[in-house]
Ligand binder design. Sequence first.
Ligand SMILES: O=C([O-])CC(=O)C(=O)O
Ligand SMILES: [Mg+2]
Length: 612
Amino acid sequence: MASTQITKIIGTRTLSVCNRSLATSFFTRNQRFHTSARSQLPDGPIPRKHERLLGDVHSRGIGVLRDPRFNKGMAFTLEERQILGIHGLLPPAVFSMEEQVRRTVENVRKLANPINQYVYMLSLLQRNEKLFFKVVTENVEEMSPILYTPTVGLACQTLGHVYQRPRGMYITINDKNHIFKMLCNYPEHHIKAVVMTDGERILGLGDLGAFGMGIPIGKLNLYTAMGGIPPHQCLPVMLDVGTNNEQLRNQDTYFGIRQERVTGDQYDEFIDEFLAAVVHRYGQTTLLQFEDFANHNAFRLLEKYRNKYLTFNDDIQGTASVCVAGIMAAMRITKKKLPDNTFLFFGAGEAAIGIAELLVTAMTQEGMPEKEARSKIWLIDKAGLLVQVGGGRSEGASPEKIPFLKEHKEMNDLLEITKHLKPSVVVGAAGVGQMFDKAFLNEMAANNERPVIFALSNPTSHSECTAQEAYDHTQGRCVFASGSPFPPVSYNGKTYHTGQGNNAYIFPGVALAAIVASMHHISEEVFFIAAKVIADLAEESDLEMGRIYPPLANIHEVSTNLAAKIVEYAYANNIACTYPEPVDKLAFVRAHQFSLEYESFVPQVYSWPQQK
Ligand SMILES: O=C([O-])CC(=O)C(=O)O
Ligand SMILES: [Mg+2]
């Protein structure tokens, strides 16, 4: 391509001294600039048009209506219907997108059963992608419990019945040595983010094998609805290595491979091959999000790959970030500093250890020596309080628990431990429902003016207590957050809107930043920055109502701002590869986001000057 042409396409403002070799390396370094080169560029940051323009619609006629990426249903104008050869294939009415959104929400409300609502919405996604994301983004408080936690848990449990059309990729242990070729079957060529699970620990529901696929699909829907990441850049993947859930294996609707889980070297080689195949196919800066792996794999895979790929574990790092954000915001209510607290975790898995580690970082940033910070944090696992072997505990601890082992006698009753340690902050993250009973909550209230109580286990049925129980048994004095949403609580004539301490506040924004800046890895610091950003977003008026997180209704804007902060950090710390560095980070992030408006399919007609 001639340099003058390139200059014209890219716009002189951003690449004013554009020569051929610079432009070539510029394009090869970042293919996304190539995409933008096709669109028209106004002044300002380079916009990245991810819309498929008319030229990308390969089919005319009925094919357009059958393609969810292009279909607008009855929102096609008369002109478009004629141009696309679909005139007469639709009822004559032309509806606006706003009317379609309103009608969709009405239809969902009529279906009172959550699983029917889930199926209805997923079939909309398979018909009309833009409308689906518009509905979800504009009604996120109402839609996220349907498409995400808690209903997604139920959907996974019944996925054999709920399954309708292919979405994402299913790769099994039997496909070893063929994974790259399989990835080439995937029809999208610009994948920027992969969310994968092996289904071994789906929410707090345990091993759901291939039915765990509902989770990567759900997470990636939120990538778009909450973070504005274009859907065609997202790939959900089920890594099927079998399931140890015998009951599931024997169900006739089960669609995964019917064998026990493969472990050991074979498992590790499989994961290794998959990750290598993804970056070979889609580029080294493809984001790889681990989701709902069991503890025994989650920690070691994170350690193995965190500096090799652009990767994070949502259950360890995303949950840590949102929970520490909540605790920092709670400190604005309790008027304490982090180091003034004693933290008790019920659970010592991915979420608990992730949060505990990030709390150590937060306390050391407030000037406390690391050893002392760790001494403030107590964890309980299946065998009881995490204490050193010899302190009564007969078994050694896994590596991630070791930094939190205490020299202390063995104890294993939650209430007794609470009476003994008098924690000011308790976090439930063991996936075991109803553990925070009346006696426990009373004890927390007796020891603290404002006890901080987080019931993070998902879905709702696995929550340690309900929001109402937490308020009722602490005389309304608690600061409460939960992993799954709860309706507002009424106590003593006052209404409280409790916060949802769910990693959905974190992963869309982090992923958006990682993608737009082409970060080559995600450091731990990113999750600390994210925690601080989210903690600062809770307004005083939110805190008064008991809400320590910004309203979920604002999540798209929250994720966008969070991404801009992380992009800033990424450039300052040399982990961003998108070149050149944008001046206005927020505008840069916005320019990458998926538009929720329908595109016009009417070509812009222009004419040439008269030839002599
Ligand atoms: O999916 C959610 O709601 C949060 C999460 O990652 C989990 O519970 O595993
Ligand atoms: Mg998860």
